[in-house]
Write a protein that binds this ligand. Structure first.
Ligand SMILES: *Cc1c(COP(=O)(O)O)cnc(C)c1O
Length: 291
């Protein structure tokens, strides 16, 4: 088992927590799982990893940590970074740069073209990873996670139906988990974009499966923005003994608690970490006067 399971009490109900956040200090929970095949790969297999996306991305930080361990070069393309951030990087960007990540900024209007051009740079020693690690390569590590959940459920005699809850960015984690656990309900919520966008992202990985369910909050949220209710959720969970990240975890718990009555049976929350980003997020709550 790569991670243990704990139990917490929230609003009078028990929840199990799969502590993937404790697997590695930098490879954030599900990123460890998604990168598992590469973590297992011999260092000689690649010289360089290429990826792209946001500059506070948890996937970016995790790939940077992986490449540093393997001695691989890591080239990362993003849209232009604000001047003050470049002078004094914070959060995930700071750590990723310290780990040796090579950042390549392109103007927003040229971004799509630049990403398209990256595909041509792939070769036997250079691997291009899709944004957020949304890659078929992620399947093996998520299957390992599914196996651990199955073994835990049997060992603890947890009755079916079991509900596993995990927030979605690309949806890679929720999708491969639902595929690997056909007898388990996998619940998620769209944190990047809306549910339709999430379903299309999942659909690119393979046909949708019936045990994968989306929860929606009545209010629409913009990705990685501060909201008073997320901060309130974060604090309530902290009181209960669980620190989640303010981007994915807080929104997932909000949707989960709103729809709690739908989930009849044991609930296992997959804790994927991302806590390094809380520092910069809390700064933004302070700036917005919400903290
Ligand atoms: C990346 C991440 C997610 C989203 O994972 P996907 O597989 O892209 O859906 C959820 N929670 C945390 C903490 C993450 O870092």
């Amino acid at each position: 088992m790569l991670s243990s399971v704990e139990k917490i009490l929230v609003r009078g109900r028990n929840y199990y927590l799969k502590r993937d956040d404790l697997i590695d200090p930098l490879l954030s929970g599900n990123k460890y799982r998604k990168l598992y095949a590469l973590i297992q790969a011999p260092a000689e297999q690649y010289e360089r990893i290429i990826s792209y996306g946001g500059t506070q991305s948890n996937a970016m930080l995790s790939i940077a940590a992986l490449c540093q361990q393997k001695g691989w070069r890591f080239d990362y393309t993003s849209k232009t970074v604000a001047a003050h951030l470049k002078k004094r990087p914070t959060g995930n960007l700071k750590v990723a740069l310290e780990l040796g990540m090579q950042l390549h900024e392109v103007e927003p209007v040229q971004y799509a073209e630049a990403i398209e051009a990256l595909k041509a740079t792939q070769g036997s020693s250079t691997l291009l990873l899709n944004q957020g690690g949304a890659d078929p390569l992620a399947r093996a590590g998520i299957e390992q996670l599914a196996h651990e959940i199955r073994v835990w459920q049997a060992d603890q005699s947890i009755e079916s139906p079991l509900h596993v809850v995990t927030p979605s960015g690309t949806g890679t984690t929720a999708y491969y988990l639902a595929c690997a656990l056909p007898d388990v309900w996998v619940w998620t919520t769209a944190v990047v974009g809306d549910s339709a966008y999430l379903l299309s992202q999942m659909g690119a990985l393979g046909p949708l499966v019936a045990n994968l369910k989306l929860l929606e909050s009545p209010k629409k949220y913009h990705f990685a923005q501060p909201y008073a209710e997320f901060l309130a959720m974060y604090r309530e969970l902290l009181e209960a003994g669980l620190e989640v990240d303010l981007i994915y975890g807080a929104q997932m718990w909000q949707a989960l608690l709103e729809h709690r009555a739908l989930l009849d049976g044991a609930v296992l929350y997959l804790h994927s970490g991302g806590l390094i980003g809380n520092e910069t997020m809390l700064d933004r709550y302070v700036h917005k006067g919400l903290f």
